[in-house]
Write a protein of this length. Structure first.
Length: 278
């Protein structure tokens, strides 16, 4: 549904695959209001459920939701009700959809060496929603031709696979998660500021991305493609962490709960268990 304040720019015809999801983005209008973003978030969630394999396991989903709720509790009141989804996918990725719908790939959970690293990734994605980066990117779509070209181009660049190039929710997420350097810095700063309040060591944010950079080589994980890390950005995050007041007792690990979740994911997806777990 298109907001009444927007007018279609009559250039081109929207490809059917984009559907109702892009109805608002094909308007030339200002940044989405909170109510508009809520409506878009509901549309996006419906579309993505048709395109993604969501892990409907209460134990895994509950763990991720509780971690997200802890982070949000430290962030203070928000205009959106956040929802966290675990996507069965062997690519390291995570992304934010409008109005607080956060998607975490199973491979991202498996790649985390400790709970603080996973919390860092989740806090960063939450930050993009809180700072209204999703809404700002959405408003940049000025017409159907421009929107479709941008979606098709960025789908292949930002780690959403071949299906994204056909249009639809995943292609839209590729566009909406194409962030500027300034937006990435703001999301990092948000994560650094709220993780201690949630009880997590903020250094996990940095160490996770550093590990991925070292291991990525010529083919970086999708998470790095959509959220590129640079030595300057990592240095900024470390500098901000150094400015934090001393907070004793911050968690790196969570008493083995992450390891239990990782093992459960491997069993549910029939992934080979590490030799140490046999």
């Amino acid at each position: 549904m298109r907001p009444k304040s927007c007018e279609r720019t009559g250039r081109g015809v929207t490809p059917p695959a984009l559907g109702a999801l892009l109805a608002l983005s094909l308007c030339a209008c200002a940044t989405l209001t909170v109510s508009q973003e809520r409506r878009l978030g509901a549309q996006t969630s419906q579309q993505l459920r048709r395109e993604l394999v969501i892990m409907n396991d209460r134990t895994v989903g509950g763990y991720i939701q509780r971690m997200g709720d802890d982070i949000l509790g430290a962030a203070g009141p928000q205009p959106f009700r956040f929802h966290f989804y675990v996507v069965e996918d062997d690519e390291i990725n995570a992304f934010a959809a409008p109005a607080g719908h956060i998607y975490i790939h199973t491979e991202t959970i498996l790649e985390a060496r400790n709970a603080s690293e996973l919390a860092g990734v989740m806090a960063h994605e939450i930050g993009h929603v809180v700072e209204r980066h999703i809404a700002e990117n959405y408003a940049k779509l000025q017409g159907t031709d421009l929107a479709y070209r941008a979606l098709v181009t960025t789908a292949s660049l930002f780690g959403f696979g071949g299906m994204a190039s056909l249009g639809g929710g995943l292609a839209a997420m590729a566009m909406l998660n194409s962030f500027s350097r300034g937006a990435e810095h703001e999301a990092d700063a948000f994560a650094v500021s709220v993780l201690p309040g949630a009880g997590y060591d903020p250094n996990g944010l940095v160490t996770f991305f550093e590990t991925l950079e070292r291991e990525g080589g010529a083919h970086p994980p999708a998470l790095l493609a959509s959220h590129p890390t640079t030595s300057h950005r990592i240095a900024n995050a470390r500098a901000e962490i150094a400015e934090l007041p001393p907070t004793p007792g911050l968690r790196v690990n969570d008493g083995g709960r992450l390891e239990i979740i990782q093992r459960r994911i491997r069993l549910l997806t029939r992934r080979r268990l590490p030799d140490s777990w046999r």
